[in-house]
Design a protein around this ligand. Structure first.
Ligand code: C5P
Length: 233
């Protein structure tokens, strides 16, 4: 299970400073989401690589559009040399399959993860929109994403294991909403601990505010690494 840090701070300098202090942690993934990418763009990705070329970059733009626009946008993301991107699974089978087909022709392509139900939904707010439970919908969307050749799924830790059981054990899951040490849930509803994510076979955990809002982010990351090791033993 790998840690992915969400770089959602208010200023580019704050994100870079955080990373400079973390450059010694092995196998660290860094997530550039909408806020940072809209503000700081491609140059931010280059600056991250300058701090440590080994950092893996996850560009979390959650593409959701008609197939043609999604394909073109995914190809543009691939040109940025990032290691992982996200799309919405509710974009459907045709968009997802075509997008994966067009990325296949590249020498190097990012992993593509499909968002199912955002971790900020609880069952009642989800049902208001989709008229079904999170579990049912996430499983259905995951199956379509698997059949469309995506690499994995974004879901909460609570759906991770069940999604693997309904698709394939090697179909990757990435779980945001992790609160390692009982921190505030903030706007997240389906929050989980590292242990819960591990037990549900999550491949990547995403942690943002519990790290960058903590009094000592380096120590928090160190403790997260220790907690992951503890789960493995
Ligand atoms: O601060 P926190 O740990 O809640 O950050 C979670 C990060 O994961 C945010 O950057 C958010 O955009 C992202 N994310 C999420 N739920 C998803 C997909 C992405 O929380 N389903």
């Amino acid at each position: 299970m790998k840690l992915c840090i969400a770089l959602d701070l208010e200023h580019q300098e704050q994100n870079l400073k955080l990373l400079e202090n973390l450059h010694n942690f092995p196998n660290l993934w860094v997530k550039v989401g909408l806020r940072s990418y809209i503000r700081d763009g491609k140059n931010f990705l280059n600056l991250i690589k300058q701090i440590n070329p080994e950092f893996k970059i996850f560009l979390d733009l959650k593409l959701y559009d008609i197939p043609n626009t999604m394909i073109d946008s995914a190809l543009e993301c691939a040109k940025l040399n990032v290691d992982m991107i996200t799309i919405h699974t509710s974009s459907g089978r045709i968009a997802m399959s075509a997008l994966m087909q067009s990325l296949k022709s590249l020498q190097k392509r990012p992993l593509v993860f499909g968002v199912t139900a955002l971790t900020s939904f609880d069952n009642s707010t989800f049902e208001e929109i989709y008229h079904t439970s999170i579990d049912t919908q996430a499983t259905l969307l995951a199956k379509i994403a698997y059949e469309s050749n995506l690499d994995g799924i974004v879901c909460s830790a609570y759906e991770s294991l069940s999604i693997k059981q309904h698709t394939h054990k090697d179909f990757l899951t990435l779980t945001p909403g992790i609160r390692p040490f009982a921190e505030d849930a903030d706007d997240q509803k389906r929050v989980a601990t590292i242990q819960q994510a591990y037990e549900n076979q999550s491949d990547f955990i995403v942690v943002g505010r519990p790290i960058y809002k903590s009094a000592n982010p380096i120590l928090t990351v160190k403790k997260i690494y220790e907690e992951i090791e503890k789960c493995k033993s």
